[in-house]
Design a protein around this ligand. Structure first.
Ligand SMILES: CC(=O)SCCNC(=O)CCNC(=O)[C@H](O)C(C)(C)COP(=O)(O)OP(=O)(O)OC[C@H]1O[C@@H](n2cnc3c(N)ncnc32)[C@H](O)[C@@H]1OP(=O)(O)O
Ligand SMILES: O=C([O-])CC(=O)C(=O)O
Length: 461
């Protein structure tokens, strides 16, 4: 698809007009912070003590980072629980038996119980059946309109799948589950093909489109489809599988799952709800942070002469925080979390694997720099805060490093997160739609604009 180019003078006129409207916009849209002193607004849907406003009940995932004692928030080591099973137990369970774990995690999250051997085999077979994209989908939806941003492509493709679904509007449980499994199964292919198109059209590379292979696991299929020579080792696939498991679910309140639940509560279709979740995850304060972390480390490596000197690293982090360096957002990516306080259990797990891999690949210096940021950033972020807030590394601090050591290109880091989280989104979607008591999610906004009269066109100044 091509956009119609504007002539130079038209473009300048449009730019000037829009620039003049920026002033108008600022005049009428600025919210004076003092309003928040008088009106009880739960900004970011948070209570005054930083805890989240309780917006729903779920059976799927549980995220714990503090407990309440005598009305006070008490920090604790983070816990992540999928359907009642801690993430550590789940990972230990399938790893100790030498299996891939993502498929059984998906089954657990979507249906609520661990599969038996037969159920797991049947589930894997169904995923294989559902994996191929519809005929001509890659040609029509991916190759004809390639794009640089794979998350944007993914959202678009998910919305487009509505048109290829013979029954997109039925909300029967069976249909919802069929759609959910199809989305989970197809996501790796959409990402791999979108990436191939991006490389071909924007990076001048040859075009290769691999088809999914029956008998390969989710992680193996992704590596097979992403790499031009289809080659990967078992160790790489097992590590990617583990990354997928830790990214699969994070309760109902995280920004993308909540977006999915908000849309679902309106009664709209699964494609609309899940593509909204993709859009949310793309944001740099959410899943997009894994890509931003790598960019931030490039800034640090360029800006700090001796990475082993804590003083120099701390000074650079201060510059990041003061918006004097990096992307000027003021954020130290990969640090902080809305719920976790002392630790994010996923970051702990990924850190262990990153360290072993870094040792093997001769990348211990990079690993140690990430560790230094983890150690020094809380003090920098807390700055002169009277009572320091406990602040820990989140999973995005170490996931990028693991992906880099797996030779996965940076533009796929957030899409990989989406590929895994598709399971969590679909589980929350079906839970939202299936439970009949659920109401449309509809918080309130206090309007502060003064009333005014309509002025006829000729009388306006
Ligand atoms: C998969 C995920 O979504 S994990 C999160 C990935 N995101 C990132 O890594 C981006 C960096 N981190 C952040 O932006 C934040 O920590 C978030 C968005 C994750 C959580 O935000 P919040 O729940 O608002 O954090 P919290 O309430 O603890 O923030 C306390 C203060 O520290 C600041 N802060 C928190 N984390 C950071 C950070 N990484 N860098 C700079 N400042 C930070 C906040 O801006 C806030 O300042 P304020 O009190 O002056 O407004
Ligand atoms: O829970 C959150 O706010 C963000 C997060 O870590 C996730 O979704 O994995």
């Amino acid at each position: 698809m091509q956009t119609v180019p504007m002539r130079g003078d038209e473009a300048a006129q449009t730019r000037d007009f829009i620039q003049s409207l920026c002033g108008e916009f600022q005049k009428h849209n600025y919210i004076d912070p003092s309003h928040y002193e008088h009106i009880d607004v739960k900004r970011g849907l948070r209570n005054a003590d930083g805890t989240g406003v309780m917006a729903g009940i779920t059976q799927i995932g549980n995220v714990q980072g503090y407990y309440i004692q005598d009305g006070e928030r008490v920090p604790m080591e983070g816990r992540l629980i999928y359907r009642g099973i801690s993430i550590e137990d789940l990972i230990h369970g399938f790893m100790s038996e030498g299996r891939f774990g993502f498929e059984e995690t998906a089954y657990l999250l979507l249906f609520g119980a661990l599969p038996t051997r037969k159920e797991l085999a049947d589930f894997n077979h169904v995923l294989s059946e559902l994996r191929p994209l519809p005929p001509n989908f890659t040609e029509d939806m991916i190759l004809r309109a390639p794009g640089r941003d794979i998350m944007n492509r993914l959202g678009r493709c998910i919305l487009a799948l509505y048109c290829y679904d013979e029954d997109p509007e039925s909300r029967s449980l069976e249909n919802e589950l069929r759609q959910a499994l199809q989305l989970v199964a197809r996501c790796p292919m959409i990402i791999a093909h979108s990436y191939a198109a991006k490389r071909h059209y924007f990076d001048n590379d040859s075009l290769y489109l691999h088809r999914p292979q029956e008998g390969l696991s989710f992680a193996e299929n992704f590596l097979y489809a992403m790499r031009h020579d289809n080659r990967f080792t078992e160790r790489e696939a097992k590590l990617l599988d583990l990354c997928m498991v830790v990214h699969a679910e994070h309760g109902g309140g995280n920004n993308s799952a909540f977006a999915c639940r908000v849309l679902s509560s309106s009664g709209t279709d699964i494609y609309a709800a899940v593509s909204a979740a993709v859009g949310s995850l793309k944001g740099p304060r959410h899943g997009g942070a894994n890509k931003k972390v790598m960019e931030m480390f490039r800034y640090i490596q360029e800006g700090v002469r001796d990475w082993k000197d804590d003083g120099q690293v701390r000074d650079f982090l201060l510059k990041l925080q003061r918006k004097e360096a990096g992307d000027r957002s003021g954020l130290i990516y990969g640090m902080g979390h809305a719920i976790y306080t002392l630790s994010d259990p996923r970051a702990k797990l990924l850190k262990q694997f990153a360290k072993t891999l870094a040792d093997e690949k001769g990348m211990l210096e990079e690993f140690e720099l990430v560790e230094a940021v983890e150690r020094l950033a809380p003090e920098v972020i807390n700055g002169s805060r009277g009572v320091p807030k406990p602040l820990c590394a989140n999973l995005d601090l170490y996931s990028g490093l693991v992906y880099r050591m797996l030779d996965i290109p940076e533009e796929l880091y957030t899409p990989l997160f989406a590929m895994a989280r598709m399971v969590g989104w679909c589980a929350h979607r079906v839970e939202e739609v299936y439970n009949p008591g659920n109401k449309i999610i509809r918080p309130a906004y206090k309007a502060v604009a003064p009333l005014q009269k309509f002025i006829p066109l000729d009388e306006r100044g």
